[in-house]
Design a protein around this ligand. Structure first.
Ligand SMILES: Cc1cc2nc3c(=O)[nH]c(=O)nc-3n(C[C@H](O)[C@H](O)[C@H](O)COP(=O)(O)OP(=O)(O)OC[C@H]3O[C@@H](n4cnc5c(N)ncnc54)[C@H](O)[C@@H]3O)c2cc1C
Length: 510
């Protein structure tokens, strides 16, 4: 039986995994080793709604989380300038799924009833609510409950501190702050133990590699190759900034703003105490100096801070790819050690949550059954990474921008994964549907593809008129949506006001 799990790495991946396993599998001992010499990546500020369930399971109160992690609510992403680059070029990918989405063909209803209204606005009232600066819930609602679906914007460093403290005090996780210098193997090729600089040998039954981009166990020890995805995802550099708010009360947006630039895009995230902003770009199309200038120009436009030129920028290099296998012998990789694709749509932490969930669901496992679990894990996550690559690429292939070579090349046929090409071919005649995504817990549902496709003005030769389209049902749902904007805008507070209230009074415990 698996009695002791050793997690190598104390970044967001390590601590979320430790928390989920320790909370769910009380019979298993969890030890986490983190190096005082290697810092965590310190970015990763946008989450999916899944984080609510994760934090709740780990036993962290939402009030405590919002206070400690400078967190704010995230209701989805807003894409600016991706389609034409003109002033009116904006679309939303909200978290709340379209209402009545499974009962009828909402795309058919939208095309029939209000084709000139943005698709997301017709089928979900969340984009309007967030544009009005409103929160997805109010102070009277219980922790983790919402009127609309939501995730968070958070300070990654503070999340690490909160999780570490909670896991040790409340969940009995043992932490060893030491640098791992060697990996010791058993005769069957399993990892037997880790050698540390000052704390001796750490033995375990299952080892989880959360060592970040170094991928010490899966990559370095087992030599599992990274399947390079740079052909599909060309951005390889990041300039990240922490931008203080000015003296005025900030209007905290509850969507991640993703603005297209000449050779990439800028994320802009509003936390309760500052903004997190970063330019993700391709060094093949722009040099670092020009990228810095573009980023500083962007910051000046939305200037919440007068001394933009003094804001410190941190440069990171990123490489798109994921491991051929994530689980080998008694070792499984989670987080950056398993792979990374640019942070558009912020799927990395969601994959961490899904990985830890699958491990906890399979527990208690024995060494004998581990091979079966490993095969299933590898199959599942290989599929999930493929889907992430395809979905992110969708945001580029639909662009008609021709102002720079970056945008022209972004839709070149050889840069489009085969799976996505097939889907695009199908969608020329019908809308994305659940038939296209049939795995349990798909990373992105068909509704997400619809939000991006129609948000970016994808024109199709759909032939509607099937009985199953139930266009009338869809039109009623759209009308209801329009009404709900009015209703909810009366009941929901401003995003900033709610965060302040929670910081002072707290939310109701569940
Ligand atoms: C620019 C950027 C933006 C991102 N934005 C988002 C986002 O909005 N949403 C999202 O979901 N994700 C995002 N991500 C991804 C997200 O940041 C990561 O998936 C997440 O932080 C998990 O990182 P990690 O824990 O795997 O690695 P790290 O944070 O790098 O942690 C690695 C750990 O391993 C330890 N370690 C390394 N070597 C040793 C050793 N020899 N001995 C002991 N310990 C060791 C380190 O001390 C550290 O504790 C972003 C990533 C980047 C690069």
């Amino acid at each position: 039986m698996i009695k002791k799990i050793v997690i190598l790495g104390g970044g967001s991946a390590g601590w979320l995994t430790a928390g989920l396993i320790a909370a769910e599998c009380q019979a298993v001992e969890v030890v986490l080793v983190e190096s005082p010499e290697v810092s965590t990546i310190g970015v990763g500020e946008g989450t999916w709604p899944t984080m609510r369930n994760t934090l709740n399971k780990i036993g962290i109160s939402e009030t405590e989380f919002i206070r400690d992690c400078s967190a704010s609510f995230k209701q989805g992403s807003k894409f600016i300038g991706w389609t034409t680059g003109r002033g009116d070029d904006v679309y939303h990918h909200p978290f709340t799924l379209p209402s009545s989405g499974t009962e009828c063909n909402l795309v058919a209803a939208w095309r029939n009833y209000c084709p000139n209204v943005p698709f997301s606005e017709a089928v979900s009232f969340q984009s309007r609510i967030s544009d009005l600066g409103l929160a997805p819930k109010n102070i009277a609602m219980a922790e983790y409950a919402g009127a609309l679906n939501y995730g968070y914007h958070l300070d990654a460093d503070r999340l690490g501190v909160l999780l570490s403290d909670h896991c040790q005090r409340k969940l009995g996780v043992t932490v060893i702050r030491d640098h791992v210098t060697q990996v010791n193997s058993a005769e069957n090729g399993d990892v037997e133990s880790l050698m540390t600089k000052n704390s001796g040998i750490v033995q375990g039954d299952l080892f989880i590699d959360c060592s970040g981009g170094r991928s010490l166990l899966i990559g370095q020890h087992y030599g599992i190759k990274l399947i390079d995805q740079s052909k599909y995802s060309v951005n390889d550099r990041v300039l990240a900034a922490r931008v203080p708010y000015g003296s005025e009360r900030p209007d905290i947006a509850s969507m991640t703003m993703a603005t297209a630039m000449s050779a990439g895009w800028i994320w802009d995230i509003g936390l309760s105490t500052r903004r997190g902003v970063g330019y993700v770009y391709s060094s093949a199309y722009i040099d670092d100096e020009a990228a810095e200038n573009e980023l500083r120009e962007y910051l000046k436009k939305g200037a919440s801070h007068s001394n933009v030129d003094e804001i410190e920028l941190r440069q990171l290099r990123i490489a798109a790819g994921y491991r051929e296998k994530m689980w080998v012998n008694n070792c499984v990789a989670i987080g950056m050690s398993a792979g990374f694709i640019e942070p558009l749509e912020a799927s990395a932490l969601a994959l961490v949550e899904l990985s830890a969930k699958m491990i906890t669901n399979e527990m208690p496992m024995t060494r004998k059954t581990m091979e079966i679990v490993a095969q299933r894990f590898n199959r599942t996550f290989r599929y999930r990474w493929e889907k992430v690559v395809e979905f992110l690429k969708l945001h580029y292939v639909l662009s008609s921008r021709s102002d720079t070579q970056y945008w022209i090349d972004a839709r070149s046929p050889e840069s489009i994964p085969d799976g996505l090409n097939d889907l695009l071919e199908l969608w020329r005649y019908r809308a994305p549907s659940s038939y296209d995504f049939q795995s349990v817990e798909e990373v992105f549902p068909s509704a997400s593809y619809q939000y991006v496709l129609y948000g970016m003005g994808f024109r199709a030769n759909e032939t509607f008129g099937k009985k199953s389209d139930r266009v009338e049902v869809g039109i009623e749902a759209i009308k209801r949506n329009f009404e709900l904007v009015g209703k909810f805008s009366e009941r929901l507070p401003k995003n900033f006001d709610l965060i302040e209230k929670i910081r002072v009074h707290g939310l109701q415990k569940i």
